[in-house]
Ligand binder design. Sequence first.
Ligand code: HEM
Length: 235
Amino acid sequence: MTIYGTDIYAEPEGDPDTLANLGPLRPMAGIWEGTKGFDQHPVLEGTEQDTFVEHYELHPIDRQTNGPQLFYGLRYHTHITKPGQSETFHDQVGYWLWEPKAQAVTLTLGIPRAQVLLASGPAAPDATDFTLTATVGSEVHGILSNPFLDRAFRTISYRIHVTTHDNGTWSYEEEGVLQIPGREEPFSHIDRNTLNRIAPPELNPLARAAVLSGRSDNTEVTLGIGSLRTTRPSL
Ligand code: HEM
């Protein structure tokens, strides 16, 4: 039970304004582009390194409770290509979650290799860098791979280090340690990139409803999120 006591049903109120409650994730909200990504992945002959281009979207969701446990979070999708190409090089979806009471960040990660993981780590509300980890076999912060991957490219651990910078950009460096049959040493699958903001985030549904209900003119209510962006450039 630890920090949440014994009542597993009582829910906290929470705040409808997710952007105001994202702790260390706040600087990451928005739409981002990074053109100088670095990837190191396994190939038959050993290791290959590539440059990649990334389009990363992170939008706030309404506060989420599990009984007394409260998260504020961002839903994300990142799409990666090689420079000048449109074919997908890597695709990834999930949630970045801030848990104020635990002072922790949790990442849910799903990729279309049929692989998912849950990584977590400690962070202060104003932290400008934090590290999350997941380990295969853990029943909480673990990694699940489809049977082929589990046999041929088994991810035994995952780590991501995020840094948010004073100039408004943010960076990540992640390492997936892969066990590959026939190789003596585990393989270090590394990816890193720095993201530059190209557009602000959308509002979470509750915050959006609050903004719209505050308007007297009904025609404006139908204008949609695009118009809210222009009226709230500081989001
Ligand atoms: C920027 C992010 C990433 C990029 C650009 C990337 C790219 C690649 C590439 C090019 C390969 C090898 C060739 C291929 O099969 O297509 C590969 C292999 C692999 N990646 Fe990633 N990857 C990224 C992140 C991840 C993440 C987050 C995971 C899961 C934790 C992951 C899991 C794997 C696995 C298990 C393999 C081995 C399977 C194989 O080679 O077919 N990758 N990655």
